[in-house]
Design a protein around this ligand. Structure first.
Ligand SMILES: *Cc1c(COP(=O)(O)O)cnc(C)c1O
Length: 385
């Protein structure tokens, strides 16, 4: 079997705009604006405009973005921050590394994002902030989350690392809560040529605090108002990101079109396809289906040359690193169940029709064969009951 369908293909993305990217890198080289500087400022303006937000601050990566946001909001030792267990570990790490305690609430079974009906039970006197994650490219249900935050005087930080350009009730994610955090890790919907991230906000005060914190707490050269860290974005990344940002909407619409095709072909099969909530415009950073015997299906697909992923196989409350929080198996049933059923299929803008056909045909075959051999009740019927 020679034909391979990669999980993601960054060369395809960069080959088509290689000249533009090389020019962008050369401009930085010519001007030596490597750390912070003109290109970072230009990208920040472009990205804030794109997010329909007043400010954007470039930082080193998405983890920095989350951590600096919490620091800028004054979250620290003794505080609690509520997020979800089915996310990339960085969401929780940022909470822990500013000294606060991560508190989890389970997610909605259809959207896989924070279930607003579970938040109030998790709020204590120590709760300071909520971090909903716009997982896989779909916004969390922000209105009820913002309403709970308002009632309890909590900050809302959007983890938008997987949702560049996604919309919630027509608004771009990132600027809906107090701050929005983005990652430009190469595989994200908007990816740098290395590591980068950004924080967007409509608050002048928060933006200023973030800009000071990311540069060692400096207010003027060698005048340090508070203890910060080095979380600056670099010029080459900023310059490349300004080029790639122009193609983001087009690329997101390609992803949406691929998702539509997957969904039409998978209809009626024993798999659960992603649900696009009525309030959302999903940008399919990850196209995750659910099925029984997930590992077997992944192996069958791998034998046919198709690379899949799992996002994520172990929820954070069950990770060894978070053992000290004292959560046990069974406390977040939705997150735990979906972690065993998820398969992320190849999804990237440049996916060809031939590649999609191979994925669709092979998955159909894998799932049908599995159903023929099994005498257990239908997966969909079981999930629905
Ligand atoms: C990628 C990601 C991050 C971290 O971003 P980095 O740039 O890798 O530090 C945080 N949260 C979520 C949900 C992510 O997917």
């Amino acid at each position: 079997m020679n034909f391979r369908v990669p999980f993601i293909n960054l060369s395809a993305q960069h080959d088509s705009i290689r000249g533009e990217l090389e020019d962008a890198i050369r401009k930085v080289l010519d001007s030596s604006a490597f750390a912070g500087g003109r290109f970072v400022q230009e990208f920040e303006e472009d990205f804030a405009r794109y997010c329909e937000c007043k400010h954007a601050a470039g930082v080193g990566n998405g983890t920095d973005a989350l951590w600096l946001s919490l620091l800028a909001l004054g979250v620290g030792v003794g505080d609690e921050v509520i997020t979800v267990p089915n996310t990339f570990i960085a969401t929780a790490e940022a909470i822990s590394l500013c000294g606060a305690r991560a508190v989890f609430v389970d997610v909605d079974e259809r959207t896989y994002t924070m279930d607003p009906s579970l938040i109030e039970d998790a709020i204590t006197d120590r709760t300071r902030a909520l971090i909903p994650v716009h997982l896989f490219g779909q916004a969390a249900d922000m209105d009820p989350i913002l309403e709970i935050a308002r009632q309890h005087n909590l900050f809302v930080i959007e983890d938008a690392a997987q949702a560049h350009g996604a919309r919630y009730k027509g608004r771009r994610v990132g600027g809906i809560g107090d701050v929005g955090c983005f990652s430009f890790y190469p595989g994200k919907n908007l990816g740098a040529l290395g590591e980068a991230g950004a924080i967007v906000t409509n608050s002048d005060r928060l933006h200023e605090a973030i800009c000071i914190l990311r540069d060692h707490g400096q207010t003027r050269k060698y005048q340090h108002a508070r203890i910060g860290w080095n979380c600056r974005m670099d010029g080459i990344q900023a310059s490349a990101l300004s080029v790639k940002l122009k193609y983001l909407d087009h690329n997101n619409s390609r992803r949406r079109s691929h998702a539509g095709q997957y969904e039409r072909v998978f209809a009626g099969m024993e798999v659960i396809v992603p649900f696009e909530a009525p309030y959302a415009e999903h940008v399919y950073h990850v196209y995750a289906i659910r099925t029984t015997d997930r590992d077997e299906v992944i192996w069958t697909l791998r034998e046919k040359g198709i690379e899949c992923g799992i996002h994520y196989p172990v929820p954070i409350h069950l990770q060894r690193a978070y053992k000290s929080l004292g959560y046990s198996t069974g406390v977040f049933p939705v997150s735990e169940r979906v972690a065993e059923e998820f398969i992320s299929l190849p999804m990237f803008p440049e996916l060809s029709q031939m590649e999609m056909d191979v994925v669709m045909f092979s998955l159909k075959e894998a799932v049908l064969n599995k159903a023929l051999r099994s005498d257990s009740p239908s997966f969909l019927a079981r999930v629905a009951s």
